[in-house]
Design a protein around this ligand. Structure first.
Ligand code: GTP
Ligand code: MG
Length: 276
């Protein structure tokens, strides 16, 4: 007689999608309890997909933070970003579609239509509820949302304050398949410390620089040397135009100094080591 033993653990993937700036990365960081994905008040902060892995007693949830989906694909790079973020949806167990509570934009509608084609379980996440003073406004808004698609659930929450995140996590866990864990229990991401170091620096640049300048900036880690209690990191900041160099450096190197010390704090917290 063949006996099937049912897996006792659940393991699956969740794509976090939505238009730029709705708080996707903030949400993933809150769930993980670690700053892994960079965030800023400027749209299109996240440039590449990043995995955040949360393992609890019997559940492993693999979150995929994606770049915000632009409404109109202006150029080839943007078009490929949209394609990537939409393609990932086809391969996951659950989709977390993030919008801003109380606002339904054209970009949200475009994403919704793409999600409808995929026929995948979608949880609608209404983020930034802390901004809504009069909470009675939420109910009629949720009613409108409910008519748009048959969502698995609609969850209002605040990724910044952490309100209602537990409900989201429980809902997700409930819809993950029974399966063995894919990653070791202590693995937090698919990204290297080297990648994260570059991202932490880019975040500070995104936050410190104005207008189009941060969008042209890239960070390359030239050296990442791990000593016993220290990590030596050499980073190079590449600007789109020579004229931007002076702005990035700042008067007397002021901007660069601030960026360096802020990024160092993030690295120390994430790598739990000193960084020079
Ligand atoms: N008030 C409030 N602000 C939030 C909340 N969640 C995120 N934010 C803010 O919204 C802005 C955008 O957050 P991100 O997490 O970078 O947004 P994103 O969706 O990842 O953006 P892209 O990577 O550009 O697509 C930041 O300034 C966050 O601090 C929230 O729950 N409440
Ligand atoms: Mg992001």
């Amino acid at each position: 007689m063949i006996q099937f033993e049912q897996e006792k653990t659940r393991c699956g993937t969740v794509a976090i999608v939505g238009r730029p700036n709705v708080g996707k990365s903030t949400l993933m960081n809150y769930i993980l309890g670690e700053k892994l994905s960079i965030t800023s008040a400027k749209p299109q902060t996240t440039r590449q997909q990043i995995l955040g892995i949360k393992t609890e007693e019997t559940t492993q949830t693999i979150y995929i933070d994606t770049p915000g989906l632009p409404q109109a694909s202006k150029n080839r790079l943007q078009r490929s970003l949209v394609r990537d973020a939409i393609n990932v949806v086809a391969e996951v167990d659950v989709v977390g579609f993030v919008i801003e509570a109380g606002r339904w934009t054209e970009a949200d509608q475009t994403i919704l239509e793409r999600l409808r084609e995929q026929n995948h379980p979608v949880i609608l996440i209404l983020n930034k509820v802390d901004r809504i003073k009069d909470k009675t406004r939420l109910l009629p808004f949720m009613k409108i949302c409910a008519e748009k698609m048959n969502f698995l659930a609609m969850i209002p929450l605040s990724a910044q304050k952490g309100d209602n995140i537990g409900v989201l996590e429980e809902t997700i866990a409930h819809h993950l398949p029974y399966a063995k864990f894919v990653y070791p229990r202590d693995q937090l991401s698919d990204r290297s410390q080297r990648f994260l170091a570059a991202e932490f620096i880019r975040e500070k640049l995104m936050r410190a620089l104005h207008k189009e300048i941060p969008y042209g900036v890239s960070v390359v880690i030239e050296q990442f040397e791990e000593k016993k209690r220290m990590i030596h990191i050499h980073a190079v900041i590449l600007a789109a135009r020579l004229g931007q160099k002076a702005i990035i450096i700042g008067k007397g190197g002021e901007v660069l100094k601030i960026i360096g010390s802020q990024a160092r704090l993030d690295m120390e917290a994430c790598f739990k080591k000193k960084y020079i």
